[in-house]
Write a protein that binds this ligand. Structure first.
Ligand SMILES: [Zn+2]
Length: 187
């Protein structure tokens, strides 16, 4: 199966995008889904705050770069990649319990979180909403690495692949994509 799909953010900022791709595979060859995440820098003062926290070994709440919120209407397209990795796993229909897991590229750590939150509206009623977010942090390391990385971060470095960071999902990671699908179906 050869396939490329774009996933843009729920906030409609098209610079927040994730690309998933598969290549043609021979029979018995392991299936791999290649991911590419467009990394968008925070505003300068936010970046400075994240860089300082990072140096001291702490994490900025929503990531060191802009986050991506996956859109519920993309669940079917995402499921196609999940099934390509392993279609024998059946994820729960709709996952309503919060979850999070991480995966990594060479330079960054990604955290996928499904959260449900409640908003109190003006008329006193409670609105429950859920979102599936992908947040990105610089990889942890020792103090020397953190100083070096923070300096590169402030000068605009995102990853060794430039603004489009890359990672892979192998067949053992299929549950991650399946879980994202069931989270999206509950959004
Ligand atoms: Zn966005």
């Amino acid at each position: 199966m050869e396939k490329t799909e774009f996933f843009v953010c729920r906030c409609h900022d098209v610079s927040h995008q994730l690309v998933l791709e598969t290549l043609e595979t021979e029979e018995n060859e392991e299936h791999v889904v290649y991911g590419c995440f467009h990394i968008v820098h925070l505003e300068f003062w936010e970046k400075l705050k994240c860089a300082m926290k990072y140096i001291f070994g702490r994490k900025c709440k929503d990531g060191d770069f802009d986050a991506l919120l996956l859109r519920p209407e993309d669940s079917d397209r995402l499921e196609c990649f999940a099934n390509y990795l392993d279609d024998s796993i059946s994820a729960p229909d709709k996952q309503t319990d919060p979850f999070h897991f991480t995966f990594s590229s060479t330079d960054n750590v990604y955290e996928v979180s499904f959260d449900t939150y409640q908003d109190k509206l003006k008329d006193g009623s409670i609105l429950t909403d859920s979102e599936l977010s992908v947040c990105v942090w610089m990889k942890p390391g020792n103090l020397f690495y953190r100083l070096y990385r923070a300096a590169k971060y402030l000068s605009g470095y995102c990853s060794r692949y430039g603004d489009f960071d890359s990672f892979e999902f192998v067949q053992n990671d299929a549950w991650k994509l399946h879980r994202m699908v069931s989270g999206l179906r509950a959004c």
